[in-house]
Design a protein around this ligand. Structure first.
Ligand code: SF4
Length: 391
C-alpha cells in the first residue's frame, strides 16, 4: 500500500476503485496537462458514473457490435494454441517451428478462483524470467499474460494480448487490434493508440527484467501489430517502431509523481464520493459534487472526446468559462458562423481575456457554429503512423 492511498481513498469515497489499465495510461499521454484526469485516475474514480450523475451524456463510444467483432477477431488469431499467431510471427520475426512454445495464462486459476489476476501475474513473471534466463526451453509465446507497472507509487496490472520472445533473447510485444489495414494503410489515430498501449506493456515487461537484474533493453522497441487485412477477417502482421511512444509514456508516467502536490491543493477532506445508496444509485447533491470537482484543474481540449468519459462535462464547463481551449491546438482556427469566417480570439488579443459576442459579426449570432479546416488535437498528433509505414 502506498502512503498516498488513504488520501486517494478519501477523494474517491465509497465506490469501488477502478484500476488503471493500458487505455488509461495511454490517455495520459494524450492530455498530460490535465490535473483533474491525473487525480481521478490515480484514485480510481469511475469517470463514467461521475459524468452520468453530473448530467453529462457519455461521449460516443465503440458500439457493442464493434466490441464483439474485436473479441471474435482476437480469438480467431489466438485459437488452437495460437496457430495463426505463430504463423504470423514466423513470417514477421523469423521464428522457426522448434523455437515456438505456447502458454495460455488465461487458464491459470485457483480452485476457489480467488485473486486470479495476482496468480496470473506471478505465473507470467516466472515464465518471463525462466525464458529470459534460458530455463524454459522452447517456451516463447505467452497468451494473455498479466504484467505490472508502477504508476505513481501504485502497482497497476496490465494484460497485453500476447508477448513473444525469440531465440536471440529479445522480447516482442504483440498487439491484436480489429481495425483493418486496407491496401497497406490503417487509420493513423488508431495505430497511434495501439502503439501507446503496447508501450505500456513494453515498460511493464522491462520492469520484470530489471527487477531480476536483467537488462531491460532485451525488450524490443519494435511492436508486432496484428490487424484484419483489407475487408476480410484474415489477419496480417506489421512490425512498428514504438520507440517514441515508449519514451513519451515513460516521461508522462514520471510526471505522475506530482500527485502529492496535486493532493496538497485540496481543502482537507475534499471528496468526489457519489454516496451510493443500497441500490448503487448516487445520492450526492450535484452542486456539491461540482464544487469539489472545480478544485481539480481541468485542461480541456477537443481530443478529450476521444479518451475521457468526462469530456462533455468539461467541454460545457470550458465553454461556460469562455476558455479558448475548446477550439483545440490549431493556432489559427477557422471558425465559421452564419456562413462568415469569424476571428473568435480577437477579444482575447484585445485583452478582454475571453472570446466575446462582440467578435461575432452582426447578423451571424443566430447562425450555426461549425469549424472549418481545424485539425484539432488528436490523441497521437503527428506521431501516429499507418501500419503500412510501420515497416
Ligand atoms: S475531459 Fe476533463 S478530465 Fe478528462 S482529460 Fe479532458 S479536461 Fe481532463
Amino acid at each position: 500500500m502506498s502512503p498516498l492511498d488513504p488520501r486517494l481513498d478519501v477523494l474517491r469515497g465509497t465506490p469501488r476503485q477502478l484500476p488503471h489499465n493500458a487505455r488509461t495510461l495511454s490517455a495520459l499521454t494524450a492530455n498530460p496537462s490535465c490535473d483533474r484526469r491525473v487525480l481521478l485516475d490515480a484514485s480510481g474514480i469511475d469517470k463514467d458514473a461521475l459524468a452520468a450523475h453530473l448530467g453529462a451524456p457519455p461521449p460516443l463510444r465503440e458500439s457493442q457490435l464493434a466490441l464483439d467483432a474485436g473479441i471474435a477477431f482476437e480469438r480467431s488469431v489466438t485459437a488452437q494454441g495460437g496457430a495463426e499467431l505463430v504463423r504470423l510471427l514466423r513470417q514477421t520475426l523469423g521464428f522457426t517451428l522448434p523455437e515456438v512454445g505456447y502458454d495460455d495464462l488465461n487458464s491459470v486459476a485457483t480452485d476457489d478462483n480467488t485473486s486470479p489476476q495476482q496468480l496470473r501475474h506471478a505465473h507470467t513473471r516466472q515464465l518471463v524470467l525462466n525464458a529470459a534466463q534460458g530455463k524454459s526451453g522452447d517456451h516463447t509465446l505467452l497468451d494473455h499474460p498479466v504484467l505490472s507497472l508502477t504508476v505513481a507509487g501504485h502497482l497497476v496490472h496490465l494484460e497485453p494480448d500476447a508477448v513473444a520472445f525469440q531465440h536471440h533473447g529479445v522480447f516482442y510485444v504483440v498487439e491484436i487490434k480489429s481495425f483493418p489495414v486496407i491496401d497497406g494503410q490503417a487509420d493513423e489515430t488508431q495505430v497511434g493508440w495501439a502503439l501507446v498501449q503496447a508501450a505500456a506493456y513494453v515498460l511493464a515487461l522491462r520492469e520484470v527484467l530489471a527487477g531480476a537484474g536483467l537488462p531491460p533493453d532485451r525488450v524490443s522497441d519494435t511492436v508486432v501489430l496484428i490487424n484484419p487485412l483489407n475487408f476480410s477477417r484474415v489477419p496480417t502482421a506489421t512490425l512498428c517502431n514504438a520507440r517514441k511512444k515508449i519514451k513519451s509514456l515513460r516521461r508522462h508516467l514520471d510526471r505522475l509523481r506530482r500527485i502529492p502536490e496535486l493532493l496538497d491543493k485540496f481543502p482537507t477532506g475534499t471528496s468526489l464520493d457519489l454516496l451510493l445508496d443500497h441500490t448503487g444509485q448516487p445520492t450526492r447533491p450535484r452542486t456539491e459534487l461540482e464544487a469539489a470537482l472545480t478544485t481539480l484543474l481541468p485542461h480541456y481540449t477537443p481530443g478529450c472526446r476521444e479518451h475521457c468519459d468526462l469530456a462533455l462535462y468539461c467541454r460545457q464547463e470550458a465553454r461556460t468559462q469562455g476558455r479558448v481551449e475548446v477550439l483545440g491546438s490549431d493556432p489559427n482556427p477557422q471558425v465559421v458562423i452564419g456562413g462568415q469566417p469569424v476571428d473568435l480570439c480577437a477579444g482575447r488579443r484585445r485583452g478582454s481575456g475571453a472570446c466575446g459576442q462582440d467578435d461575432v459579426p452582426a447578423g451571424a449570432s443566430g447562425g450555426r457554429l461549425s469549424r472549418a479546416g481545424a485539425g484539432g488535437s488528436g490523441p497521437v498528433g503527428r506521431a501516429g503512423q499507418t501500419a503500412g509505414r510501420c515497416r
